[in-house]
Design a protein around this ligand. Structure first.
Ligand code: SF4
Length: 311
């Protein structure tokens, strides 16, 4: 439930909160690093007790700080959609007592619901996903639950942006060969007044579908130019790099640490090797987890990644 810390691409060092079991989501994105969503869903429900979430995150935070680490954000970044959890508002309120600001990374598909808007109001930062503003690309890239309506989703995002008081950022995943309308997305984002930054990201980890290609450098440069033309200079950035080295928290449970991170973030072999050795562990641990089927290896872009089983 609490994992990491991980060096996220937008937030520095994040202590991750996985507030829903794998893999409950409203979407089944072709690029999802947590694999296909077996059955997309839109009904919110209770998954875990917020007090349990709080105590696990508090314990992990304490371990990290006492071993000399730091936490930039406590971040809801589950292997699914965090706002499907109807207790997320209570969890955010409790987690804010720990100290670091609380961030939520959401696909924004439920922001048309007043209860979701109310729950996210107290988060210090919300990152919204906008991969498409036309129905065709939305269906191709995000493969939404049949009960969602794009027009309503986009209106929900706009209304949320106009009322939210924290830091609002966006992420747009550019997927090669999926016909996304970059100009349409940039134009939509430019209408979200308080947006602090619009990130463009690419498929850097093994995707759910092999068809989810990596866009060319020329396509990325073009997208960045279009975003900056619409949003202003310095308002957009491309994040295509891999995660940095991961600091070991020192909980004494290296196997649990590896499996906890790999459940949400597929780990590059090089980063995993540094993580294990910085904890004083041996690579044999990884080999054992692979032979026991707890970790699986996948190749993406010529790089070996380790994922927790079932991803
Ligand atoms: S990328 Fe996010 S929104 Fe898309 S299917 Fe995966 S968890 Fe859901």
């Amino acid at each position: 439930m609490a994992f990491g810390p991980v060096r996220s691409r937008r937030l520095g060092v994040s202590l991750g909160v996985n507030n829903i079991p794998a893999k409950h989501c409203t979407y089944s994105c072709v690029y999802c690093q947590a694999g296909r969503t077996p059955k997309p869903e839109i009904e919110r429900r209770r998954f875990f007790d917020p007090k349990t979430v709080f105590s696990q995150v508090q314990e992990k935070h304490g371990q990290l700080i006492s071993s000399g680490g730091k936490v930039d954000y406590i971040t809801f970044v589950p292997d699914g959609e965090p706002t499907l959890d109807n207790q997320i508002g209570s969890s955010i309120r409790l987690l804010k007592e720990i100290g670091p600001p609380v961030a939520v990374i959401t696909n924004a598909s439920l922001l048309w619901r007043g209860d979701v808007v109310g729950d996210l109001a107290e988060a210090d930062l919300v990152s919204i996903k906008v991969d498409a503003t036309d129905v065709g690309a939305w269906r191709r890239v995000n493969r939404p639950h049949g009960g969602l309506i794009l027009e309503r989703v986009l209106r929900g995002i706009s209304e949320f942006a106009s009322s939210y008081k924290g830091d609002l950022i966006s992420e747009t995943m550019l997927v090669g060969g999926h016909g996304q309308d970059v100009q349409g997305i940039a134009s939509f984002l430019s209408g979200l007044g308080p947006l602090k930054k619009a990130y463009i990201s690419t498929v850097t980890r093994p995707p759910a579908e092999a068809s989810a290609g990596i866009p060319s450098d020329a396509e990325l440069r073009s997208a960045l130019r279009i975003f900056e033309e619409n949003l202003g200079r310095g308002m957009a950035a491309v994040i295509a790099e891999h995660e940095g080295d991961l600091p070991y928290v020192g909980s004494g449970d290296l196997e649990g640490e590896v499996l906890g991170i790999a459940a949400v973030h597929p780990l590059r072999e090089e980063a995993l090797a540094i993580f294990v050795s910085s904890a004083g562990g041996e690579w044999g641990l990884v080999e054992r987890l692979v032979s026991e089927g707890k970790l699986v290896v996948r190749l993406h872009g010529g790089i070996r990644y380790y994922l927790a089983r079932g991803k």
